[in-house]
Design a protein around this ligand. Sequence first.
Ligand SMILES: NC(=O)c1ccc[n+]([C@@H]2O[C@H](COP(=O)([O-])OP(=O)(O)OC[C@H]3O[C@@H](n4cnc5c(N)ncnc54)[C@H](OP(=O)(O)O)[C@@H]3O)[C@@H](O)[C@H]2O)c1
Length: 347
Amino acid sequence: MALVNVLVVGGYGAVGVHVVKTLAGWFPGRVVPAGRDLAKASRLAEAIAATDGGGSAGTAGGAAARVDVTDADGFARVLEQHQIGVVVLCVEPPDATVARVCLGQGVHLVDVGASYRLLAQVEGLKTAEATAVLSVGVAPGLTNLLARRAHDALGGADRIDLTVLLGAGERHGADAVRWTVGQLATRPDGAPLRVELPGFGTRTAHPFPFSDQHTLRRTLGVPVVTTRLCLDSAPLTAGLFALSGAARHAQVRRALTAVLSRVHMGGDRFAVRADAYLGDRRAAYALAGREQSRYTGLVAAHVTRALLDGRLPPGVHHLDQLPALASVPEDLGLRVENALEFNRISF
Ligand SMILES: NC(=O)c1ccc[n+]([C@@H]2O[C@H](COP(=O)([O-])OP(=O)(O)OC[C@H]3O[C@@H](n4cnc5c(N)ncnc54)[C@H](OP(=O)(O)O)[C@@H]3O)[C@@H](O)[C@H]2O)c1
């Protein structure tokens, strides 16, 4: 039986809901929202079936699934039961087991995960037929694509600096907030940088362990890649990084997660920027948008559409390694700004 449907795990989360709604518009009746709460997944499935005329174009109209990414056998059963051809992972699994199950069954994978440890495990998997796309989202994701552009503009690079600004006023998903706070304790050494970002002026951004700084060293062959993070609220940024040492303690992490989930001091705009250096030359690309969760979901939906259209080769790839996806920022309506000059990069 043909594998035609898309399973969106974490499908009713902050990122996943945008994946589900966007794909349901493009592929009516072929999208199955999933998570550990079947009632929530079913409510979303019914809502999208109601707007696509009952899902008559596909086999999964109105279907939802209970899936726990820590239960590999149950996950494999759901793939078979719902004739799943693509899995979009909008939750971080504990290890590469579900990725291995997907690729082993010839099911494509789109992973919005941002932890280098996990991406490195999936990178190592072999697949002759299926495709896995990693580094999907805003950071990693759009950062990878801007880094690729800055690198290519110079014809190579010996260093790339990435900067990410997140809106502290956005209602980020619980998993994303927990992930960000969890990374504070392991943040890399390095000095903060003053960086100009479109629409925000010059901000202080601090070294932060996004996965792109590791993967881009290999995919672009650049020896030094760094990523820095700031929030749109300068006081919150200063407070967060002042506490990063204390974030080694679970109690502090819990308190910070609670504060960041409840206090919305700022707006919902985000920005990303990539600066590449080669000798005394420098190229910089940047973009800004609203609601990083929504854009993460939109990037994942565009990647999934390219997979379903047969535009991506088999194998495990990061977003920046797929030329067919190089125009994703423009496809999303984002304006990419660039500056190719030395010592004066202004947006
Ligand atoms: N690449 C990027 O730029 C980027 C940006 C934002 C977020 N992310 C990543 O995307 C992921 C989701 O973030 P989010 O903001 O959408 O978080 P969220 O709103 O908390 O959503 C997480 C979803 O996953 C489900 N889930 C949790 N544990 C699960 C499990 N064991 N098995 C199956 N489903 C499970 C949750 O539902 P139940 O709890 O009911 O199961 C929920 O639907 C995070 O890993 C985050 O780091 C990446």
